[in-house]
Design a protein around this ligand. Structure first.
Ligand SMILES: [Zn+2]
Length: 249
């Protein structure tokens, strides 16, 4: 614990990875002691001390000068932020604590996003994207090769030790979406923010509902509030199921 504080004070991303790895080991016995070590941004969003530490991080991609894709006139950065807000409220209604990487139209670096996620000691980290290409929901996990956890986790490949958990989380999301008859596809990708996350991490890219494709109807389009609500509700229920499977440490 003391050495973890020293590493955090050094202020490097590498030391932060070490700090979070060590803090994770301390957290089970000293959850309240850890709270004051978090930086102001994370502390402001920290949930009340839970009996079972289950936090979901929502990471709406893009923001600020990074507009993302053009979604029929709407920048992807606005879509992901709005969807994050919608999903957050559904999760909190289910008693799940949520930390978001951004709540406004700001541009964050991949490092900043991963730092927020790693300080949250999250059990699930969802990065949110949207696309007019394809149908349904596309789920991605890091393309890093799985690696055993080590004391010295390199910042840029910290996710390697979490791949197994990330794929398991992806499986829960996949099953829930399939059950809800939302088309879903799986993939691997190299995203710097995810590759540095020390949590089960999945990128969720929302595309139009396949059933509406070519129908000429707004129903099932990305902008359709009913479709957004359906996807968000399925994800929220899936995360509730994920919580029931116990801590992923
Ligand atoms: Zn995107």
């Amino acid at each position: 614990m003391v050495s973890g504080r020293g590493n955090a004070a050094a202020g490097t991303t590498l030391s932060l990875a070490l700090f979070t790895a060590r803090a994770r080991r301390c957290l089970a016995v000293l959850p309240l002691s850890f709270a004051f070590l978090a930086p102001p941004a994370a502390r402001a969003q920290a949930p009340p001390a839970p009996a079972y530490h289950f936090v979901v991080v929502l990471n709406p991609a893009h923001g600020g000068t990074d507009f993302g894709a053009n979604l029929d006139g709407q920048p992807e950065k606005d879509y992901t932020l709005a969807f994050s807000t919608r999903l957050r409220s559904l999760l909190e209604a289910r008693g799940i604590s949520v930390v978001t990487t951004r709540q406004s139209d700001v541009r964050l670096t991949a490092t900043q996003r991963a730092e927020i996620a790693n300080h949250a000691e999250a059990q699930a980290c969802l990065t949110l994207h949207a696309s007019e290409t394809g149908v349904g929901v596309h789920l991605f996990t890091s393309s890093l090769a799985p690696a055993s956890p080590t004391l010295f986790e390199p910042w840029k490949t910290a996710q390697a030790a979490w791949i197994t958990h990330s794929v398991a989380l992806e499986g829960v999301l996949y099953s829930a979406l399939q059950h809800a008859e939302i088309p879903v596809a799986l993939g691997r990708t190299g995203l710097p923010a995810i590759d540095s996350m020390t949590c089960p991490a999945v990128a969720v890219e929302i595309a139009p509902d396949g059933a509406a494709a070519g129908s000429g109807s707004a129903s099932g389009s990305l902008a359709d509030p009913a479709y957004q609500a359906k996807v968000a509700a399925v994800l929220a229920d899936a995360l509730l199921e994920w919580r029931s499977e116990g801590p992923q440490l």
